[in-house]
Ligand binder design. Structure first.
Ligand code: IPE
Ligand code: IPE
Ligand code: MG
Length: 244
């Protein structure tokens, strides 16, 4: 595989297995609708797909997995759906945390967790602390996350830290993002056939390989994950340089 050589672009090594996979988990509502079920049934089934995907990432030796679970724009959904999603996240965390910890998963949360209320925010803080020294997989959950909001917050942080315009570089600016210590995604997957980014990781996906898959999120699992990695392995990453 090619090595990026363009100056200013972080030097990634093109592994056959991506170092960081990010997923826009879409299509829960349509999955439920197709079965004549309420949307919440799709979200519940989606949580099972999350489980399978984490295991698949571990099995393939992918060290970073970021899952888009709730966007800053998802607050515009009806209150009952937001409540269902909040409930499911709490439920998922309580049920899965011990097992995730046992598997060596380090949990990281990005996005405005406070908006879900202090109780869930504190539980998420505690889960991050508990799993902080795990090394098998870093699982980044994006909740109440928006890429533009994240960039604006980073600008504010840099200003509050008294950073001068001369000191702002792509690299130093990255340090003010919520993903400061994480590598950029190599592969971005979006399920459900929608071909858009929906305000996810705008800065970080500058050179991600993108894969739009037709299946709905609740149907995602080991086979779909493996197929995505296979597809990724066929790509030639150039980072703006000429292939060697
Ligand atoms: C993804 O499924 C889950 C969230 C965005 C929270 P959707 O709820 O967006 O499902 P569709 O797109 O309506 O099928
Ligand atoms: C993106 O899905 C957000 C998540 C998967 C959490 P949406 O279903 O909210 O995106 P749009 O509205 O179709 O762009
Ligand atoms: Mg959707």
């Amino acid at each position: 595989m090619s090595e990026p050589v363009s100056p200013g672009v972080p030097r990634h090594v093109a592994f056959d297995v991506p170092r960081h996979v990010a997923i826009i988990m879409d299509g829960n509502g349509r999955w439920a609708k197709a079965r004549g079920l309420p949307r919440v049934a799709g979200h519940r089934e989606g949580a099972k797909a999350v489980r399978r995907t984490i295991q698949a990432a571990i099995d393939h030796g992918v060290p970073y997995l970021t899952l888009f679970a709730f966007s800053s724009e998802n607050w515009q959904r009806p209150a009952d759906e937001v409540a269902d999603l909040t409930f499911l996240m709490k439920h998922y965390l309580r049920n899965e945390l011990a097992e995730l910890h046992e598997k060596g998963v380090r949990l990281r949360v990005i996005g405005e967790r406070e908006r879900f209320g202090p109780a869930l925010a504190e539980e998420l803080d505690a889960a991050e602390r508990k799993t902080a020294s795990n090394t098998k997989l870093t699982l980044v959950m994006a909740i109440s996350y928006g890429g533009r909001a994240e960039i604006v917050t980073a600008v504010k942080r840099a200003m509050l830290a008294g950073v001068s315009p001369q000191e702002i570089t792509e690299q130093s600016f990255s340090g003010f993002l919520s993903t400061a210590d994480l590598p950029d995604p190599d592969l971005l997957i979006r399920t459900s056939g929608e071909q858009r980014v929906s305000n996810f990781l705008l800065w970080q996906i500058a050179y991600a390989e993108i894969l739009f898959t037709p299946g709905l999120w609740p149907d995602f699992g080991a086979a779909e994950f493996a197929a995505a990695l296979e597809n990724y392995a066929t790509r030639e990453r150039r980072f703006g340089a000429r292939p060697v």
